[in-house]
Design a protein around this ligand. Structure first.
Ligand code: NAD
Ligand code: MG
Length: 395
């Protein structure tokens, strides 16, 4: 029986995780659930999964949750605040931590899970983008097992020989073929992008996800973040990663070996597959996902990404190439710009503008040794500058 903490349990990945966990009551016990402010949904999840702890972002939301659970016999202990996320991630009876908070807000708790030597199921790609070196070091130094939940990285992991995820060249891997759906605007003329609405941007053709990652998919910043994520997870560099647009999202990514073999992982676009893979690993467990029907799908298409339509992809390559603090700046500016776009303060095409201007304003420097404070300082400064850029564009 493995104890599990699900950080961000009310989100898209969190709900899918509980769906898989609920299919295996003999294997998993939910120890902690956490949410931002959605006390009602967390209350429902607490009644169904009976965790020992529940965490809300602030005292008011925590009080709301306590009220909602007032009649529950074995109600969880309700905590609040960012520190509590790290505390539940490191609890003794927690074996697995699902890191499914969106954005750099998930960094500290992901790091806490790694430092506590847990099995870290990492959906929160921003944590690796902001501080990949710290997170990878913490996992290695404390014997944590880091398993990727992002569908592409989970696919790559599945296509690598066991135990060789950090030694690609020695394992004969020449390239990673990172697939991308191209998002809702794959065929939109670049001139038409300035006028797209948040509703259009979050309407992903293949995946139902949270709003932030859906916008990232529409700008292809998501693929950019994933290139950086792959560099950390598989100890490689952007030159060895090729982005392949594959509109059906059936192949979740591929690995090319030096003998000409290309291994791919296929499946229906349903995050319960990578989640179940990481929960069950090295065994396989039922995910509740419908089997893939290739005859129904009939064809798989591939094309190169269109750089003029997706400037964010170029910016992510720039950040990956510069290294140091550049990916943290890229990520922070993107989070601010996406929020401004979702609030209808700036246009869709302004997202790349805000990110580029923020990167131009903040010179890239190496991250200080052991530099969590450094990275957090850069993140805060980039957010401040990106807010200024967004406000100027909104005026
Ligand atoms: P979501 O918006 O649906 O859910 C986010 C969760 O985090 C919610 O439970 C929310 O309450 C919580 N949260 C948000 N801000 C918080 C804060 N400041 N402090 C504490 N908790 C906070 O997002 P999602 O789509 O589930 O994505 C979660 C992560 O997984 C992201 O990093 C995303 O890039 C990654 N991911 C998601 C998918 C997907 O299919 N949804 C696929 C690959 C990777
Ligand atoms: Mg992905």
């Amino acid at each position: 029986m493995k104890g599990i903490a699900i950080l961000g349990s009310t989100g898209s990945i969190g709900v899918s995780t509980l769906d898989v966990v609920g299919r295996h009551p003999e294997r998993f016990r939910v120890v902690a659930l956490t949410a931002y402010r959605n006390a009602e949904r967390l209350a429902e999840q607490c009644r169904r999964f009976r965790p020992s702890y529940a965490v809300m972002v602030d005292a008011a939301s925590a009080e709301e949750l306590r009220m909602l659970l007032a009649d529950m016999a074995d109600a969880p202990q309700v905590l609040d605040g960012a520190m509590a996320l790290s505390e539940v991630a490191a609890l003794n009876d927690v074996d697995y931590v699902m890191a499914a908070i969106v954005g750099a807000a998930g960094l500290m708790s992901s790091l806490a899970a790694a430092r506590a030597g847990k099995r870290l199921l990492l959906a929160n790609k921003e944590a690796l983008v902001v501080s990949g070196a710290l997170l990878m070091d913490a996992a290695r130094d404390n014997g944590a097992t880091l398993l990727p939940i992002d569908s592409e990285h989970n696919a790559i992991f599945q296509c690598l020989p066991p135990g060789r995820a950090d030694a690609l060249l020695a394992a004969g891997v020449e390239r990673i073929l990172l697939t991308a759906s191209g998002g809702p605007f794959r065929e939109t003329a670049p001139e038409g992008l300035a006028a797209v609405t948040p509703e259009q941007a979050v309407a992903h053709p293949n995946w139902r996800m949270g709003r932030k990652i859906s916008v990232d998919s529409a700008t292809m910043m998501n693929k950019g973040l994933e290139i950086i994520e792959a560099c950390w997870l598989f100890a490689t560099n952007p030159e060895r990663i090729q982005v392949v647009v594959h509109p059906q999202s059936v192949i979740h990514s591929m690995v090319q070996y030096n003998d000409g073999s290309v291994l791919a992982q296929l499946g229906n676009p349903d995050m319960r597959t990578p989640i179940a893979h990481a929960l069950g690993w090295p065994e396989r467990i039922d995910a509740g996902v419908a089997p893939l029907d290739l005859i129904e799908i009939a064809r798989l298409d591939f094309e190169p990404p269109a750089p003029e339509r997706f400037p964010c992809l170029r910016l992510a390559y720039r950040a990956a190439g510069e290294g140091g603090t550049a990916p943290a700046v890229l990520n922070a500016a993107n989070e601010i710009a996406v929020a401004a776009f979702l609030d209808r303060r700036i246009a869709f095409t302004d997202i790349a503008r805000v990110v580029e201007q923020t990167m131009d304003l903040l010179p890239t420097v190496p991250v200080d040794l052991g530099g969590l404070e450094h990275v957090l300082g850069v993140d805060a400064e980039a957010r401040r500058l990106a807010e200024q850029q967004s406000a100027a564009l909104a005026a």
